[in-house]
Design a protein around this ligand. Structure first.
Ligand code: ARG
Length: 437
C-alpha cells in the first residue's frame, strides 16, 4: 500500500511505481536515514510531542533494522518507493502503532535533503582520505627522484630542464587545492534541513537546534523552502570532483605518454598494466586511459545536476530525485580512480637515463645561455637573438650547446668564454632555479 493511499481511489499502476521508485539508488543511504530518524524522535520526545516510551520503541526498532540490513537478515525490498518509505514501513510492521509516529513533524522532503547531506559528508571524508594517499605517493615518488633531470615542456616541446620531483610537485599542489575545495564545500553543506517539513516548516513545537546538534551540523537552514530545495552542495561537490578528474586525467595523459617507446620515461608494473589479445609485445597503460575516459562521466554528472536544477520552481519537485544518481556516481568514480592510481604510481618505475637523454637534446638550456650573456653585460633581447643564432648554428652542424666549440660560440658573440659550459650544464641550470636544494 502506498503512503498516500487515503486520498486515492485506485492502486497506482505498476509502471508508475517502477518509474517513480528511487530505491535502487537511495538504499545505500539506509544508515543515514536511520541516524536522522533517531535524532528526530529523540527531539520529538524531548519536546513532549511523542511519549518517551514510543521514542524508545522507535529507536530500538530502527537500530534493529540497521543491524538486520547489515547482517543480511533484512533484504531491502526493491519494490518499495524509496529507502525512507521502506524503513518506516518495516518499522511499523515490527513495532506497531509507535512506528506510525516517527514521521510526526517531518516530510520526506526534509528527510531526503538530510540523508543526502549526511551521506555526502562521509563521502567527502573518504575522498579526502584517498586524495591524501595520492598526494603522499606523488610526494614520495618525487623525493626518490629529486635529482633526476628531465625536460620540462611547453606546447609539448622541450623547454627548460627541471627535475622529476618538480614535475610531480605541480600535481601535489593541484591535489592540495582539490582537498581544500572538497573541505570548503563540505563546510557549506553542513547545515541541517531537518524541520523544514514539506516546505513551510511545521506547526509542532520542534527544536531544530537540537536535531542539528545531535547530527553534528553547525547550524540549521534559515529558510525552510531553501532547506528542502537546495542542491547547491551536490553541484558544488560535483564541480570539485570534476576538477579532480581534470587533474587525474592530465596526470594520466602524461603517464600514457611517458610509457610510450617514444618517451620511456617510466615503466608501469606488470600488475598495473594490461596486454593485448593479438599483439604479444604490447603492455598497455589501461588504468590511466580509463581514468582519462572516466573524467567524462564525472563532467556528465555535473551537467546532469546543473540541468536538473536549473528550471524547477520552489520548493521540492520530483526532478530532484535524479540528484543522487549523479552525485553518487561522481563520488564513486573519483574514489575508484584514486584507489587504483595510488598503487599504480607507488609501483611505477622511473627511467632517469631516458629522461636525461631527452634533456640533452632540444636545447633546453638555451635560456641559460642567453642569461649567461646578460651576466656578461648584454641586454636580454640581444642575448636572446645571439643565442637563437647559436642554436641555428648547432642544428646545422649537428651539435648541441654542450659540444659546440668555444671558437664557434665566439663567431656569434665575443662575450662567450670557457665558463659558458658551466653555465649551460643541466645540473647547474636546475640548481640555479632552486629546483635541486
Ligand atoms: N525519493 C525522493 C527523492 O529522492 C524522496 C522525496 C520524496 N518526496 C516527495 N514529495 N515525493 O527525492
Amino acid at each position: 500500500m502506498m503512503l498516500w493511499s487515503g486520498r486515492f481511489k485506485k492502486e497506482t499502476d505498476e509502471r508508475t511505481n517502477d518509474f517513480n521508485s528511487s530505491i535502487a539508488t537511495d538504499s545505500r543511504m539506509y544508515k543515514y536515514d536511520i541516524e536522522g530518524s533517531i535524532a528526530h524522535v529523540t527531539m520529538l520526545a524531548s519536546q513532549g510531542i511523542i511519549p518517551v516510551e514510543d521514542r524508545d520503541k522507535i529507536i530500538t526498532g530502527l537500530s534493529e533494522i540497521k543491524e538486520d540490513i547489515e547482517s543480511g537478515k533484512l533484504i531491502i525490498n526493491s519494490a518499495a518507493e524509496d529507502i525512507h518509505t521502506f524503513i518506516e514501513q518495516t518499522l511499523t510492521e515490527r513495532i506497531g502503532d509507535a512506528g506510525k509516529k516517527l514521521h510526526t513533524g517531518r516530510s520526506r522532503n526534509d528527510q531526503v535533503a538530510l540523508d543526502i547531506r549526511l551521506y555526502l559528508r562521509d563521502e567527502c571524508d573518504n575522498t579526502v582520505g584517498l586524495l591524501k594517499k595520492l598526494l603522499d605517493s606523488l610526494t614520495e615518488k618525487g623525493e626518490q627522484n629529486s635529482e633526476v633531470i628531465m625536460p620540462g615542456y611547453t606546447h609539448l616541446q622541450r623547454a627548460q630542464p627541471i627535475t622529476f620531483k618538480a614535475h610531480l610537485n605541480a600535481y601535489v599542489e593541484m591535489l592540495k587545492r582539490d582537498i581544500s575545495r572538497i573541505e570548503d564545500a563540505k563546510r557549506r553543506m553542513n547545515v541541517s534541513p531537518l524541520g523544514s517539513g514539506a516546505l513551510a516548516g511545521t506547526t509542532y513545537p520542534i527544536d531544530r537546534k537540537m536535531t542539528a546538534n545531535l547530527l553534528g551540523f553547525d547550524t540549521y537552514t534559515a529558510s525552510t523552502l531553501d532547506g528542502v530545495s537546495d542542491r547547491d552542495f551536490c553541484i558544488e561537490l560535483a564541480s570539485a570532483l570534476s576538477i579532480i578528474m581534470v587533474h587525474l586525467s592530465r596526470l594520466s595523459e602524461e603517464i600514457i605518454l611517458w610509457c610510450s617507446w617514444e618517451f620511456k620515461f617510466v615503466e608501469l608494473d606488470d600488475a598495473f598494466s594490461t596486454g593485448s589479445s593479438i599483439m604479444p609485445q604490447k603492455k598497455n597503460p589501461d588504468i590511466t586511459e580509463l581514468v582519462r575516459g572516466k573524467s567524462g562521466r564525472v563532467f556528465g554528472d555535473l551537467i546532469t545536476l546543473l540541468t536538473v536544477m536549473k528550471g524547477i520552481p520552489l520548493a521540492y519537485n520530483k526532478d530532484m530525485q535524479e540528484d543522487k544518481d549523479a552525485v553518487f556516481d561522481a563520488f564513486d568514480t573519483v574514489k575508484l580512480c584514486l584507489i587504483t592510481l595510488v598503487p599504480m604510481i607507488d609501483t611505477m618505475k622511473v627511467v632517469p637515463e631516458n629522461m636525461r637523454k631527452a634533456a640533452l637534446t632540444g636545447f633546453i638550456n638555451a635560456t641559460d645561455c642567453a642569461d649567461y650573456l646578460v651576466s656578461k653585460g648584454l641586454p636580454f633581447r640581444d642575448a636572446y637573438k645571439a643565442t637563437g643564432e647559436i642554436v641555428a648554428l648547432c642544428i646545422s652542424e649537428e651539435m648541441t650547446l654542450e659540444t659546440l666549440p668555444l671558437e664557434k660560440y665566439k663567431t656569434i658573440c665575443k662575450l662567450f668564454d670557457n665558463d659558458i659550459y658551466e653555465a649551460i650544464n643541466l645540473e647547474n641550470c636546475v640548481k640555479k632555479r632552486g629546483m635541486i636544494k
